[in-house]
Write a protein that binds this ligand. Sequence first.
Ligand SMILES: Cc1cc2nc3c(=O)[nH]c(=O)nc-3n(C[C@H](O)[C@H](O)[C@H](O)COP(=O)(O)OP(=O)(O)OC[C@H]3O[C@@H](n4cnc5c(N)ncnc54)[C@H](O)[C@@H]3O)c2cc1C
Length: 420
Amino acid sequence: MDATTEAGAAPDSTTVAISGGGPAGVMLGLLLARAGVEVVVLEKHADFLRDFRGDTVHPSTQVVLQQLGLLDEFDALVRGRMSAIDFGTSEGPLVHQELAEVNRRHPFHTVALAPQWDLLDLLVRHARQYPAFTLLMEAETTRVVRDRGGVRGLRYRKDGAEHELRAVLTVDAEGRHSVLRSELPGGIVELGSPIDVLWFRIARHEGDPSDLRGVLGRGGAVVAINRRDYWQVALIVAKGSDAAIRAAGLPAFRERVGGIAPWMRDRLDAIGDWDEVKLLSVTIERLREWSAPGILAIGDAAHTMSPMGGIGINLAVGDAVATANLLGLPLLEAQADPDRFARTLNPALLDRVQRRREWATVLTQRIQAFGQDRVLALTLKPSARPLSPPAPVRALLRSPITRLLPTVFVYGLRPERIAA
Ligand SMILES: Cc1cc2nc3c(=O)[nH]c(=O)nc-3n(C[C@H](O)[C@H](O)[C@H](O)COP(=O)(O)OP(=O)(O)OC[C@H]3O[C@@H](n4cnc5c(N)ncnc54)[C@H](O)[C@@H]3O)c2cc1C
């Protein structure tokens, strides 16, 4: 059976209903099912094959895959590895930091580049060995079920019919466009963003490096991610400028990208249509409250990150691991209670997930916002002069302070391990 198909009738009750089959939802489903907690994961799409998703699997996530015994299978999916942080301007290199020098005691020293759909397929294949795991594809959550002041499950649409799924705990893992977010009190904290990202592909040539390649130049920044057969390229542009860039035409677009990253010039002619260039509207935001009686938000639904540092998958996985560690046992106990649908889990237990994960998330978001506002936004200011930071900034970038970058963005401020 393909990883994304599910046999059998739709269940009408479970212990944990997870809305969203991204890294947060699938990892949480796997970990809970592995611990014997019944879970149903609902994913509205028919497969995981969405092109413009994160690819970067950081050391913290590699540790979790190792704990799950999935490292060998994961290695077969890897299309490249980044062993250093490298970025420069079109005038020359600025920062080079070997990852291994930052955290010598860590077992992993590379960021692995693996398509997110392959990673999700791997996790689902593994999760299916646990009878407590169910994944329903093409099942779209429409709303929660409320009863006696708490969330008691959700309603979803599948095969043209409406279904109800009762649950002790409902998890919102719907990502950045979550509809279930509105069930959580306190509203959203927005940090704003001066940038958007345009994504497209260019050819990879024999002899190209396998690392991620980033460069800042006048007119934006360009980051190229190795996907073995091609480069997935991100062009950072000013927020809201997509329509004007398209109106100026493809030749001007190619000129802009080639001006920032000249090594791409001979490959840009292959972009023949604007359909091949996709917009990602960048936001940095988070929920004030991640939980309410009967419901918990994790991953992008709780905190949408900037793509800076490629940290989103890894925080989502960290949330899932922390949730399984903190709630696995109480959920098993609740599962054994014949009256389980009449109660919700103690709200203080759900709150512990936010308490554990929030400070690292908030700090990372603030650093991302600083980088976007103070560095990336500079590249977007019109100027005829080449982009070259002043000497004191260059000196700072050559000092050990650059070790902070991998500490925050690669190793993570609060990496999680699966508890015994
Ligand atoms: C263009 C782009 C590039 C990125 N690059 C990187 C990167 O290089 N590295 C990195 O670490 N992160 C990157 N990210 C961020 C990363 O993809 C996310 O942070 C990560 O996927 C979050 O995981 P999640 O499970 O919380 O949410 P998501 O991955 O968004 O998963 C949510 C899932 O819920 C499903 N869903 C939504 N609503 C419903 C519903 N009502 N019913 C059922 N299912 C529903 C969606 O279809 C989706 O599959 C990028 C994001 C984007 C958009």
